[in-house]
Design a protein around this ligand. Structure first.
Ligand SMILES: [Ca+2]
Length: 235
């Protein structure tokens, strides 16, 4: 038999083993339409939810980061996490979590802008609900300070594109990406170089899916330019 997973089979799997990962998740984009969707900041307090001025004028979330509390690299600026004690607290209602391998999820992307006054690099740590081990996917691009959002895409498709806490083995890949329960956006740039404090980091459209084809990327870039022009035309 080769049955597609249904809500029933997912429920049965959940009943069969409490520790078992959610079987299948779908491509998903968190647009922060009505709330901060339980996304948290460095100190685990909810990110600020702003109702206008995001991508294409939409809603978005903001992490306000004082530079004096951000000594060195490796600062978490935004967290999407599961709460093992109360699933109602799961970021995005849990839509970002589960078995990325089984579901064919090979990329996470987000739109970000900041006002640090210097280029900022990001990486994203993925971990199971119990938080360890973690795997870091490192963005190849940095994001300039400014008023426009930039899309940062992390490739999660293989051992070659992520760095593990512990040995880089197929077992570790399965442990993390077969049961993702926490997604943490880190800085790879020391905020001590920032020209302003606090620094606002604005996030929108946190997405899981597949790595875009180069042609899709070009189309997306064109679409982004058109949207930018339309926004300017309206302003
Ligand atoms: Ca939005």
């Amino acid at each position: 038999m080769n049955l597609a997973p249904t809500a029933l089979t997912v429920c049965l799997a959940a009943l069969a083993g409490g520790a078992q990962a959610q079987a299948v998740i779908a491509p998903f984009t968190e647009t922060f339409e009505t709330s901060s969707a339980n996304f948290l900041g460095n100190d685990f307090s909810p990110l600020e939810h702003l109702t206008t001025g995001g991508v294409d004028g939409s809603t978005f979330v903001r992490a306000v980061v004082p530079t004096d509390t951000a000594a060195g690299m490796g600062l978490v600026v935004a967290r999407a996490e599961t709460d093992p004690h109360n699933p109602a607290n799961n970021a995005s209602g849990g839509a970002l979590f589960g078995d990325y391998i089984e579901s064919g999820i090979t990329a996470l992307s987000f739109d970000v802008r900041h006002d640090a006054g210097t280029d900022i690099g990001f990486n994203v740590r993925f971990s199971p609900p119990n938080r360890f081990p973690g795997a870091f996917a490192i963005a190849s691009q940095t994001v300039a300070s400014g008023t426009e959002f930039t899309t940062v895409t992390l490739d999660l498709s293989s051992l070659a594109t992520v760095a593990f806490e512990g040995p880089s083995t197929p077992d570790n890949f399965e442990t993390v990406f077969g049961n993702v329960g926490n997604v943490q956006i880190f800085l790879t740039t020391d905020l001590a170089a920032a020209g302003t404090s606090p620094v606002n980091f604005d996030f929108d459209n946190v997405s899981i899916g597949t790595v875009p084809e180069p042609t899709s990327l070009a189309l997306l870039a064109t679409g982004g330019l058109l949207l930018t022009r339309r926004r300017r035309a309206r302003a």
